[in-house]
Write a protein that binds this ligand. Structure first.
Ligand code: NI
Length: 181
């Protein structure tokens, strides 16, 4: 295993639509997953997409920390390959997001509250589940990376964009209004 370099905003690899993974269980894919898991753990984030480590493949990893889990228990690392995200309903909410490719900053981004995720897991088995809240948000953020989209491209209001230290110290209440994306 090794810790990989993370591409930062401005590098073109973050803007390229990624290619589908042909064989989830292939040794090179499994090695990439292991390296991404180590990289995410080292960086202390909640999600990492393959294009962020210079591999333009439709694959990402995410977790839900205990502090954000609905039941209060941490959801361990989930590997998502070739995802398809379908919104469930039209409810959209603003929530704060950061990105390992945009260190030190965060912004309030509109996302669907509920989604369906269909994909392939690290073992090659199908994933088909309905997600809501923080988990749905993380999956939408990571899936965007596979299409060359960063959260900055989805910003609703630039007033809710700033440095982590400042935005957490002076947290602005986010509007509850329904938004159209
Ligand atoms: Ni990101």
């Amino acid at each position: 295993m090794s810790i990989l370099k993370i591409a930062r905003m401005g590098h073109p690899v973050l803007l390229i639509p990624a290619k589908p993974v042909e064989d989830a269980t292939a040794p090179d894919v499994q090695r990439l997953i292991s390296d991404m898991a180590e990289t995410l753990d080292d960086a202390g984030g909640v999600g990492l997409a393959a294009p962020q480590v210079f591999s333009s493949l439709r694959l990402f990893l995410y977790l839900v920390p205990a502090s954000r889990a609905e039941g209060g228990a941490e959801m361990p690392l989930t590997v998502v390959i070739n995802p398809v995200v379908t919104p469930l309903g039209e409810d959209i909410e603003l929530g704060w997001e950061g990105c390992l490719s945009i260190p030190g900053l965060r912004a309030a981004i509109p996302r669907f509250q509920r989604i369906r995720l269909t994909a392939t897991g690290a073992d090659g088995a199908p994933i088909d589940k309905e997600l809501s809240g923080f988990e749905a948000r993380v999956v939408q953020h990571e899936a965007d990376h596979l299409d060359g989209v960063l959260y900055t491209m989805r910003m609703h209001d630039f007033r809710y964009f700033g440095f982590n230290e400042e935005t957490t110290r002076h947290e602005l209440p986010l509007p509850k209004v329904k938004l159209k994306t």
